[in-house]
Design a protein around this ligand. Structure first.
Ligand code: ARG
Length: 459
C-alpha cells in the first residue's frame, strides 16, 4: 500500500519492519486528541491565510466526521499507515479528497505527537486529581465516623504509643493531599504547547503558534522548537507523581491487610471487596489491597522505563521516543482502576473499636507516659527512662501490665509516684495528653479534620 511518505522510496517496506515500527496498536488511544490538535491547527492555518478559509472549513468538517465515526467505533486502523497521525490523515484524504493533504502544512508528526501527548496527559492529570479527592473524602469520612476509636500506634511494628484510629487514617489523607498537589503542579508544565515547532527547527510558514495555544487552552508555547519536540519531562513527571501516589496506596493497603488478619482483627473489609479460596472454605482474602500493593511494581517500572529511553537521546526527535506511550497508558489505567476501588473499599470497611481498645489496654505502650510523669515531678528524662525501663521489665517478669502494679510497687522504684499515676496510665488519657499541634488528642484531630474539610471544600 502506498505510504504518505513514499515519494523518496523505490521499494516496499519489509513486512516485518512495518509491523515492528508501527505504533497504531497502542497510539489509537490518542485519536480524539489528534483530531483536537488538528482542528486547532487548521483553524489557525485558515486564519493566517496559509490555506484558504474555505479549505480550512472543509478540513474541519472532514475531521468532525472522522471524530463521529471514531466515537461510534466505526473506524478500522491499518498497520500500513503506521500510527494514529497518518491513519487519520489518510482517512481525511479519503473523506474529502486531496485538499485533506493541506492539513499537515507547517507541522510535522514530531510536534503533532508531542501535542497529542500533552493533551492526553493534561486530561488524565485532571481526572487523577478528581480520583485522589474521592479517596481523600473516603478517608476523611472514616476518620470522622470513628473519632473515639483508640488503637495501638506502632514503630518497628512494635506497639509504641496509643493513638486515635482517625489520626492514623488521616495520615494517608495528607499523603494523598501532597500527591494531588504534585499533579496540580506538574499540570502547569504540561500546559505548554509544542505544536508549530515543526520537525525540529520551526517552519517557513507564517504561522501563529500563540493562536493555536489559545484555541487548545495552553498557557504558552514552548519557546524553543528543539525542546518542544524532544521534551518528555511532563510525562516523566506524571509517572513520578503516579509512582509516589501508588507508594502511598500500597502502604495503606499493607496496613489494611495486616489489620484484617485474624491476629489483629482491627478492621473488616466489606465482603464485596474480598474473595474466597477455592479450597479453604473459611477464607476471606483481602485480594483488593493485595493487588493495589502489587500494582506498584508496574507503575515504578513504567517510570524507570521512560527515564531509560530518554537518557542517551540526542536532540531532537528519535524513533526511540515512540516507546514513551505504553507505560503512560498503563500507569493511567492502573491508577484509575486502583483509585476507583480504593475509595469505596475505605468507605465500606468496618472498624472493630473494641478489639483496638483491648489491644492498647494489654500492652506497655503507656510506658512513655510514666516517664513523662516523673519528668513533670522534676526528674531528668534520661533518669526517668531508666527507671521506667526497670518497671516494665519487672511487670513483664510478673506477667502484669503497668496499670496492674500496686502503688507500693511503683513507689519501690521512685518515691515520686502518687495515686494519680493510674489516671495518667489510662490509654484514653495517654492519647488525650498528646495535645501538641498535629498530635493525637481529640482536640488536635478535630483541628486536623477542619483543615482537611477546608481543603476538600476548596475544590
Ligand atoms: N508514531 C510516532 C511516535 O509515536 C510519531 C512521530 C513520528 N515521527 C517521525 N519522525 N517518525 O513517536
Amino acid at each position: 500500500m502506498s505510504k504518505l511518505w513514499g515519494g523518496r522510496f523505490t521499494k516496499e517496506t519489509d513486512h516485518l519492519v512495518e509491523q515492528f515500527t508501527a505504533s497504531i496498536s497502542f497510539d489509537q488511544k490518542l485519536a480524539l486528541e489528534d483530531i483536537e490538535g488538528s482542528l486547532a491547527h487548521v483553524q489557525m492555518l485558515g486564519e493566517c491565510q496559509i490555506i484558504k478559509p474555505e479549505e480550512a472549513e472543509l478540513i474541519k468538517k472532514g475531521l468532525q466526521s472522522i471524530k463521529t465515526k471514531i466515537e461510534e467505533g466505526e473506524i478500522e486502523y491499518l498497520v500500513e499507515h503506521e500510527d494514529i497521525h497518518m491513519n487519520i490523515e489518510k482517512m481525511l484524504i479519503d473523506e474529502i479528497g486531496p485538499v485533506g493533504g493541506k492539513l499537515h502544512t507547517g507541522r510535522s508528526r514530531n510536534d503533532q505527537v508531542a501535542t497529542d501527548m500533552h493533551l492526553y496527559v493534561r486530561r488524565k492529570t485532571k481526572e487523577m486529581i478528581k480520583l485522589i479527592q474521592n479517596a481523600q473524602k473516603a478517608l476523611l469520612k472514616q476518620a470522622k465516623d470513628n473519632m473515639e476509636a483508640i488503637m495501638p500506634g506502632y514503630t518497628h511494628l512494635q506497639r509504641a504509643q496509643p493513638i486515635r484510629f482517625s489520626h492514623h487514617i488521616l495520615a494517608y489523607f495528607w499523603m494523598l493531599e501532597r500527591d494531588r498537589q504534585r499533579f496540580e503542579d506538574s499540570l502547569k508544565r504540561t500546559n505548554w504547547l509544542p505544536l508549530g515547532a515543526g520537525a525540529l527547527a520551526g517552519t517557513t510558514f507564517n504561522i501563529k503558534r500563540e493562536r493555536t495555544a489559545e484555541l487548545l487552552g495552553f498557557d504558552q508555547v514552548y519557546p524553543n522548537s528543539l525542546d518542544a519536540v524532544s521534551d518528555r519531562d511532563f510525562m516523566v513527571e506524571f509517572l513520578a507523581n503516579a509512582a509516589l501516589l501508588i507508594t502511598h496506596i500500597s502502604r495503606l493497603s499493607e496496613e489494611l491487610i495486616i489489620w484484617s488478619s485474624q491476629e489483629f482483627q482491627f478492621i473488616e473489609l466489606d465482603d464485596a471487596f474480598c474473595t474466597g479460596s477455592s479450597i479453604m472454605p473459611q477464607k476471606k482474602n483481602p485480594d483488593v489491597p493485595e493487588l493495589l500493593r502489587g500494582k506498584t511494581g508496574r507503575v515504578y517500572g513504567n517510570l524507570v522505563s521512560l527515564l531509560t529511553v530518554l537518557k542517551g537521546l540526542p536532540l531532537a526527535y528519535n524513533k526511540d521516543m515512540q516507546e514513551d506511550k505504553e507505560g503512560v497508558f498503563d500507569t493511567v489505567d492502573t491508577l484509575e482502576g486502583s483509585l476507583m476501588l480504593l475509595a469505596p473499599m475505605i468507605e465500606t470497611m468496618g472498624i472493630n473499636k473494641d478489639k483496638m481498645f483491648a489491644s492498647v489496654s494489654q500492652d506497655y505502650s503507656n510506658a512513655t507516659d510514666i516517664a513523662d510523669y516523673l519528668v513533670t515531678k522534676g526528674l531528668p528524662f534520661r533518669e526517668a527512662h531508666e527507671i521506667i525501663g526497670k518497671i516494665v521489665l519487672y511487670a513483664i517478669q510478673k506477667n502484669q501490665f503497668l496499670l496492674e502494679l500496686s502503688i507500693s510497687e511503683f513507689k519501690s522504684f521512685s518515691t515520686l509516684f502518687e495515686e494519680d499515676i493510674y489516671t495518667v496510665l489510662d490509654p484514653k488519657n495517654v492519647v488525650e495528653a498528646r495535645n501538641s499541634t498535629g498530635g493525637t488528642s481529640l482536640y488536635q484531630v478535630y483541628h486536623q479534620v477542619g483543615l482537611a474539610e477546608a481543603i476538600l471544600e476548596k475544590e
